[in-house]
Design a protein around this ligand. Sequence first.
Ligand SMILES: Nc1ncnc2c1ncn2[C@@H]1O[C@H](COP(=O)(O)OP(=O)(O)O)[C@@H](O)[C@H]1O
Ligand SMILES: [Mg+2]
Length: 416
Amino acid sequence: MKTLIVGSGGREHALAWKLAQESEVFCAPGNPGTAEIGQNFAVPVSDHAAISELCRQIEPDLVVVGPEDPLIDGLADRLRAEGFVVFGPGAACAQLEGSKAFAKDQMLLAGVPNSRSGTFTDPGDAIKFARKLYAEGRQAVVKASGPALGKGVIVCSLLEEAEEAINSMMVERDFGDSGRTVVVEERVFGREFSLLTVCSGASRISLPVSQDHKRALDGDRGPNTGGMGTFSPVPWIHADLIAKTEQEVVDPMLRSLQAQGMDYRGMLFSGLMVEDRIPYCLEFNVRFGDPETQSVLRRIGTGFWELLRAAASGEPLVAPEWLNHAAMTVVVASGGYPGSYRKGVEIELPTQIPAGVEVFHAGTKRESGTLVTNGGRVFGVSAVGESLAEARKIAYEVANLIEFEGKFFRKDIGTA
Ligand SMILES: Nc1ncnc2c1ncn2[C@@H]1O[C@H](COP(=O)(O)OP(=O)(O)O)[C@@H](O)[C@H]1O
Ligand SMILES: [Mg+2]
C-alpha cells in the first residue's frame, strides 16, 4: 500500500511515522524528519496541479491532506475527481474552518450547542450587538470570519476591548479580508478541550483525547502560540463527556451536512468549552490538530491506515487498536517564538534516543547536509510511558539533549 501525505509540519511527520507502520509513505513536500521515513517530493502544498501530477506518478492507495489551506482551496475535490482516494473534506465542508460565519450558520442549522452570536459586515451593527451583551452582564468574543492564522479571535472582558477589536478587524482591516465579516459571540466560561473525530459520511470514530498548552511560557503565561505541547489521556475528560459531545455536536453536524448533500470524509476537529456540563462548540477545524496529533497517534496501534482509507472511501468505519499507555509531546521552539525569531540556526540532535521517544520535525531543513532551524516550532519530542509522569520524564530528557542556539520549551507540559 502507498500513502501520499501532503504537508510539511510536525503533524505530517507524525502522520508519516504512524502510516509508515502500515504502508509505504511519500510526502509532498515533507521535511527532514519525513525524509528518514519515506520519500519527499519538493512540491508546495499550494500547487494543486503539481500534486495531482505527483499522484499520477506514485499512484497512491491513499492521499492524506495535512493542512487546512489546500482543503479550503479544493485539493480533495480535485484529486477525488481524478479518481484518487483522499482523506480530507472537500471545499464545501472545509468552509467549516475557512469561514467562522459559515461554521456558525451550520451549528445553528444542525442544533449543535453554541454560544449566542451575530454575524456582521457592518461595524456599527457589530458594536450594537456587543453593547447589548455587556448590558446584560455578558462578555463578548470577537472573531474575524476568515482564516487569520489563529490570531483572529479576541476574547474581551470589557466592552471597550470588544469595540476596539471590532474596529481593528472591520475598519482598520488588521486581518485583511479575513475581517470583512466578523462574528461576535457570547463568552463561555469553562474548561476547554478538543475532540478529533474521523468521519465517513455519518459513520465516525473519535480518537483518544489530548490537551494542549497554547501559551508560550510556563504557568500559561505569555502570548498565544500554535501550541507548546500536548498530553493524552486527559484525566478530567471522561468517557461520558466524549459520548455527549459525539451525540450533541459531531453526529448532528454530520447528519445535517449529509442532508445538504455534503459527505464529510476526513477529520472533524471540534473545539469545545464545557460550561454547566454542556459542551459548547467554539469552532470546527477540518484537519488533524498540531501538536495534538503528535500525542494522539502514539496511543493508536494497528488499523489506523485502514481507518483513514475507509473514511476517505466513504465506507463504514472500524476502530483501530487503542493503546493504554500515556503520551506526551513537548514542543522545542526557537527563541522569540511566537514573535520574530532566527532561522538557519545549526541543530545538534542526540545520537541515542531512548525507547519510546519520537522526535518529530516541525520547523527544520537541511542546508548542504546540515540540519538547521526553519520555523518557530522546531521539534515535537513525543514520549510514551506507563504513566504521564513517566512519559514526561523521558520527553524532557530528550528535549534537554537537543542543541541549538536560542532553544526554549515549556517545563510544565502535562502538569497544568
Ligand atoms: N465563545 C467563547 N467563549 C470563550 N472563549 C472563547 C470563545 N470562542 C473562542 N474562545 C477562545 O479563543 C480561542 C480561539 O478561538 P477559536 O474559535 O478556537 O478560533 P481559532 O482557533 O481560529 O483562533 C479558543 O481556543 C478559546 O480559548
Ligand atoms: Mg481554535
